[in-house]
Design a protein around this ligand. Structure first.
Ligand code: PEP
Ligand code: MG
Length: 291
């Protein structure tokens, strides 16, 4: 089977009825880009940027972030690279940002909530992404969104950053904006979010956790850690319907994107991009081709 899978690495996967599905990689650091390409990644559907902020005494500078995002953008050329803005909360320390001890960090001050409250944290990241966008096909997406106001506020900050860069004469590029649908609220409100963005990316890891009220890291709850649950499927379907009505595309970047049993269901609902850990890519392309 290993050799058989090898043949799928380089293909552009299409279903039997001709639907083209983009298969991309989730990466957690700039150094993973080349490895992802060698597994057959057609882009990056989720670039987790937390690595730049963790386990270090100081926040990363804008320059440092620019270099990291630029490196990945260049590695992928004109293929899309979706940079997810910082998604940390009370379970992880951030230098220079005083975070309250929280009893429920997964329900706490995290992701877009924290970023909107601390623009001195958020804006250097947005500026770095805009600047790096000149060197490839970068998109930006916001995590943990629960309402349209958050998306509008984040886009307003992005505009503010564009204005600043322009004023300074610092070159930058265009980026499409998307949101992660990883809370039940985002899926339920997808019709109001869709007109604000160019794409949705369903984060099934958190969507499952929040929908089924089952901690994603609790080993006793493996039965409840699958997206293959009617409630989760209904939320993904609703998300796809809202996206279709607004004319935007939907990807999936949670673990479900690489699960053989889930792939045909996601495609049936209208998902056109699947992003997963790189070693799962050849098998996913094979399954798509057999769907
Ligand atoms: C998700 O929640 O499904 C996701 C892809 O993001 P993360 O695993 O980084 O929370
Ligand atoms: Mg998540």
């Amino acid at each position: 089977e290993a050799t058989a899978l090898e043949e799928y690495k380089g293909i552009e996967a299409r279903t039997g009825d001709g639907r083209r599905i983009e298969v991309s990689a989730n990466i957690g650091s700039a150094g993973e880009a080349d490895g992802a390409i060698s597994w057959g990644a057609e882009g990056v559907g989720l670039f987790r940027t937390e690595f730049l902020f963790m386990e270090r005494p100081e926040l990363p500078t804008e320059e440092e972030q620019y270099a990291a995002y630029r490196g990945v953008a260049e590695a992928f050329g004109n293929r899309p690279v979706i940079v997810r803005t910082l998604d940390v909360g009370g379970d992880k320390d951030l230098p220079g940002v005083s975070q309250p001890e929280e009893e429920n960090p997964f329900l706490g001050w995290r992701g877009i909530r924290m970023c909107l409250d601390v623009p001195e944290l958020f804006k250097p990241q947005l500026r770095a992404i805009l600047r790096a966008a000149r060197h490839g096909n970068l998109k930006v997406m916001f995590p943990m969104v629960v309402e349209v106001g958050e998306v509008r506020a984040a886009k307003a900050l992005l505009d503010e950053c564009r204005g600043e860069l322009e004023g300074e004469g610092t070159p930058f590029g265009e980026v499409e904006v998307g949101v992660m649908v990883e809370t039940p609220a985002a899926a339920i409100c997808a019709a109001s979010l869709a007109p604000e963005v160019s794409f949705f990316s369903v984060g099934t890891n958190d969507l499952v956790q929040y929908t089924l009220a089952a901690d994603r890291g609790n080993e006793r709850l493996t039965r409840l850690q699958s997206a293959d649950h009617p409630a989760v499927l209904a939320l993904i379907e609703r998300t796809c319907e809202a996206a279709r009505a607004a004319g935007i595309w939907v990807g999936v970047c949670g673990e479900a994107a690489g699960e053989p049993a889930m792939i045909p269901k996601l495609i049936a609902m209208g998902v056109t991009e699947l992003s997963m850990s790189a070693p799962s890519i050849p098998r996913a392309k094979k399954i798509i081709s057999e769907t």
